[in-house]
Design a protein around this ligand. Structure first.
Ligand SMILES: [Zn+2]
Length: 150
């Protein structure tokens, strides 16, 4: 077999293999998102007791303004983050986007919280969230609570 033929064979293998790898990678990503928190939603509460529910599978932007200040909560690519805030330091805007049940972003100056709830778990029932975590949730003995205070 000439080296030219060998190159041609490798070229044809790569032509098939690269799209296959890309497709599998994309599928894995989608699968990971789905497994992370099926039907999860972001529960947003503000300093005035108002509550919003944002499904993580729908991109959305929510601006919450109270007498304390303003936060813009953004849902994108299955995750939620605080995109903008006028709190001192703006620490809540530096928190990485969250998507796993039990995770939270808290803006202390504005008394605003963003927490991830599994489907059907919405509400103010806080406390033993770990007991009702979906079985698909990644094993995390510490409960996966990820809080950054301003
Ligand atoms: Zn903040």
């Amino acid at each position: 077999m000439s080296s030219f033929e060998t190159k041609r064979i490798w070229a044809s293998i790569l032509v098939v293999a690269i799209p296959l790898v890309l497709a599998l990678g994309a599928q894995a990503l989608i699968g990971m998102q789905a497994n992370a928190a099926p039907g999860a939603m972001a529960l947003v509460t503000d300093g005035e007791g108002r509550v919003w529910e944002l499904p993580l599978d729908t991109d959305a932007t929510l601006t919450v303004t109270t007498s304390l200040g303003s936060n813009t909560v953004e849902v994108a690519q299955g995750k939620v983050m605080v995109a903008h805030a006028d709190c001192p330091g703006g620490d809540c805007t530096f928190h990485t986007p969250i998507s796993n049940v039990g995770e939270a972003i808290i803006c202390l100056p504005h008394h605003l919280t963003v927490t991830i709830r599994a489907a059907g778990q919405a509400g103010e029932a806080d406390g033993q969230a770990g007991d009702t975590a979906a079985p698909e949730a990644p094993a995390s003995p510490a409960g996966g609570l990820d809080v950054v205070a301003d």
